[in-house]
Design a protein around this ligand. Structure first.
Ligand code: NOJ
Length: 753
């Protein structure tokens, strides 16, 4: 069907009506809306065409000269999108790579110029972008660590600061909406978006996700330092049964609410402005068609009042992929009835055309459309777009300030997670002769990962000059003459120069072997085998055979299985995807300038066929099952100093009803240098109506201790902290005996309703 023709015919049939509407609109829009009644007035005076247009989001390429390699607007295509279809939102960088601010400003000015002069109601465009770990599509933007690395920092103010930098740089470009944070919890280790998440634990992801929302949005979306956040991908995307992107997730309701809902609930409490819907299916129901998840749970239970946007192509995919809608029109109707406000179509006019038809055919009440349009216009009003839709001088000056790099560096340093340090082998000495080897040692891709200047992050030409790779950072740290580099093998494990690496190892004091993954995003990152490629492991074995001490540095989005090469490594440093300053952070930690304090935010599995999480069921870790433990437990993270825990105290052995239980513990730095420690409080219920997990993280605090210093850390527990979702899908705290666990200490107490 030619949707464009259909639409054009529709407009031409009602020329008189269109003129009246324009007159009404001009009068109504004499001053920008500032209240919800102003928004109501606009919505009431809009035509159905305008309303379905507002619910439509297009890729910017729909407005450009096809195939051009600069931002070249095609006036006819632009007018078709903005004036004829009256689309509400545009996204993406246009050319698939970053652009200088000037280009962004031209782009934003051009689209806003047309939207606010040539459309009946002069409604500005809401522009969105994937600033996932920094403003990656703005040339010179600051890339901070990916979500998993941020989670390792256990440092909410730092995570908030990273998001705030991203907001400032994004808004400086004139864009006021980012599709972040990613709030799916990582409980399927094969999933290619594992590294974008805030780890496997719902509490940690809730605290840090809310911090990101605050960092992006600040207190006032109209401020030139704020962007609207988009919690995504709601919900269950991160738990595909087969581990592949956008495939079926089987999640019982109790488990969905216990593990996947909390970060979204926390983001709603933090005031998140928008949500993006999971492209996949949960229990056979595509989430884009789930009234239960999109309306009953999200709106009625969580109280979310913002805008729900689809993911890429996902409305039409209810027909073409999921086969739950027999026709494209049914697909549109299904999604809108389920609770969708805006469709990321993004490359045709099917959505507004079919939505209009569905309303005209009486399949969707216009009041339902009004509801979505009201939400969209309210967001535009809150972002200050009606007042000034153009790039703001006060925002532009906030771009690429030198202090942002310091924030990114600090986050990368705090993310560094020391998984093994045999005989305190690290830190290395600065006069050591070092061989740096491995496929991740001399590339920016495996430091930054996806959404790094391009979607996949693998295009070298778009990385800014001057950001060091690991080998470059180590040269800078200890002097180039002390460092030799051999790649050894590539990411797939194909031999490049293993023989050289082995020969050079013999002349070195120590080998820093950088293994892991290249960069990937979404479906291109699917794998069928979690093992680290055999060739990479073989390189480790060949280097161990030289007898020289080897330190493994892992730069990877997922915990690729490394069971065979763990025992002979003298030390193992988990670097995740630490962002643009990651290499310096690695050098600082390896050579002792920075004391590592990161805590592993996921369970690093030992075996392909035994995927575990820290909060596993008793049956997963029965003592009689041999060697059933993960490679590295959730929360693993060593320091160059040592901490001792003592005096775990509870104010009472019983917590009653709505009362409070105070918990305190003394933490001492018993080593010789200053260090940071994340004090984690876990609880465990001995018996419950749903088989209780071995433990659950309920609170954490990160503290800084001088050598010899002791601090008392306080926590408060309420019944809410002990609750779980029962078989009736209700959050409940059952009377029973509990254990609180901090460090190596435990205390029991009883909860009574
Ligand atoms: C698809 C991805 O799933 C989503 O995370 C992203 O925000 C959109 N594309 C827009 O680029």
């Amino acid at each position: 069907m030619n949707h464009a023709n259909l639409k054009k015919r529709t407009i031409m049939r009602h020329p008189g009506l269109a003129a009246i509407l324009v007159a009404v609109a001009l009068a109504a829009n004499a001053r920008p809306p500032t209240t919800s009644s102003d928004i109501d007035r606009i919505v009431h005076s809009m035509s159905l065409d305008e309303k379905v247009g507002q619910m439509t989001q297009l890729d910017i390429s729909m407005l450009l000269v096809p195939g051009a390699n600069t931002i070249a607007f095609d006036t006819n295509r632009m007018r078709e999108a903005i004036v004829e279809y009256g689309i509400g939102s545009i996204f993406n960088p246009g050319l698939g790579h970053p652009m200088p601010l000037k280009e962004w400003h031209y782009l934003i000015r051009t689209v806003q110029g047309m939207a606010t002069t040539e459309t009946p109601h002069k409604i500005p465009i809401l522009y969105g972008i994937d600033s996932i770990h920094g403003a990656s599509f703005m040339e010179g933007g600051t890339l901070y660590p990916q979500g998993m690395a941020l989670a390792a920092t256990c440092d909410p103010p730092l995570v908030q600061a990273c998001a705030h930098v991203s907001a400032m740089e994004t808004r400086a470009a004139g864009v006021r909406w980012t599709f972040a944070p990613v709030l799916g919890v990582a409980r399927q280790p094969l999933w290619p978006r594992f590294p974008e998440t805030l780890g496997e634990d719902p509490y940690l992801a809730s605290v840090l996700g809310a911090a990101e929302v605050r960092g992006f949005q600040g207190r006032n979306l109209a401020a030139p330092t704020a962007v609207a956040a988009c919690m995504k991908h709601y919900m269950g995307y991160s738990f595909p049964f087969n581990g592949h992107d956008r495939t079926l997730a089987l999640i019982p309701d109790y488990y969905l609410r216990e593990y996947f809902l909390p970060p979204f609930a926390a983001a709603v409490r933090a005031g998140v402005a928008t949500v993006m819907i999971n492209s996949g299916e949960v229990n056979g129901v595509p989430v884009h068609a789930s009234h239960y998840l999109l309306t009953d749970v999200l709106r009625h239970e969580l109280g979310f009042r913002g805008v729900a946007v689809s993911d890429w192509h996902d409305v039409i995919r209810l027909h073409t992929w999921h086969h739950v809608a027999a026709t494209p029109e049914d697909a549109v109707g299904m999604a809108v009835k389920a609770g969708l406000d805006m469709s990321m179509v993004p490359d045709d006019y099917s959505f507004p055309t079919l939505l209009k038809k569905a309303v005209e055919d009486g399949k969707i009440p216009e009041s339902r459309i009004d509801e979505s349009v009201r939400r969209i216009l309210t967001l535009k009003m809150e972002l200050g777009l009606f007042k000034d839709p153009y790039p703001e001088a006060a925002a532009v000056k906030n771009f690429a300030r030198p202090e942002y790099r310091k924030v990114a560096l600090r986050a990368a340093e705090e993310a560094m997670t020391l998984l093994k340090n045999e005989g305190n082998f690290l830190p290395l000495k600065k006069d050591d002769k070092v061989l740096v080897a491995g496929p991740t040692a001399n590339t920016l891709f495996s430091l930054n990962g996806c959404w790094s200047y391009t979607w996949q992050g693998t295009n070298a030409e778009w990385y800014p000059p001057g950001e060091p790779t690991v080998v470059q950072a180590i040269r800078k740290e200890i002097g180039a003459t002390n460092v030799v580099y051999d790649e050894g093998v590539d990411f797939e494990g194909m031999d490049i120069s293993t023989a050289n690496a082995v020969a050079d190892a013999k002349n070195a004091d120590v080998v820093v072997l950088c293994l892991g993954e290249n960069s990937y995003a979404e479906t291109p990152g699917d794998i069928n085998d979690l093992d680290l490629p055999a060739g990479q492991q073989a390189l480790a074995m060949d280097l161990y055979a030289t007898g020289k001490p080897v330190v493994l540095v892992l730069l990877e989005g997922r915990g690729r299985i490394i069971r065979k090469i763990v025992p002979d490594a003298r030390a193992i440093l988990m670097g995740y995807w630490p962002g643009s300053q990651g290499a310096q952070a690695i050098a600082h930690v390896l050579f002792g300038d920075f004391d590592p304090s990161g805590k592993l935010p996921f369970t690093y599995n030992r075996y392909q066929n035994n995927f575990l999480t820290y909060d596993r069921d008793y049956t997963d870790g029965r003592p009689e099952a041999p060697d059933d433990t993960p490679q590295f437990e959730f929360g693993t993270g060593l320091s160059y100093t040592t901490f001792a825990y003592s005096n775990l105290k509870l104010t009472s052995p019983v917590l009653k009803g709505t009362g409070k239980l105070q918990v305190s513990v003394d933490v001492s730095n018993t080593g010789k240098r200053e260090g940071m420690e994340t004090v984690e409080l876990f609880t465990h219920e001995f018996y419950a109506s749903i088989a209780p997990p071995l433990k659950r993280l309920r609170a954490f605090k990160k503290i800084d201790l001088q050598p010899g210093q002791t601090r008392t850390v306080h926590f408060t527990l309420t019944a809410r902290d002990l609750a779980f979702v029962n078989a009736q899908s209700q959050l409940a705290t059952e009377t029973g005996d509990f254990e609180v666990e901090i460090g190596n200490l435990e205390q029991t107490f009883r909860y009574e309703e």
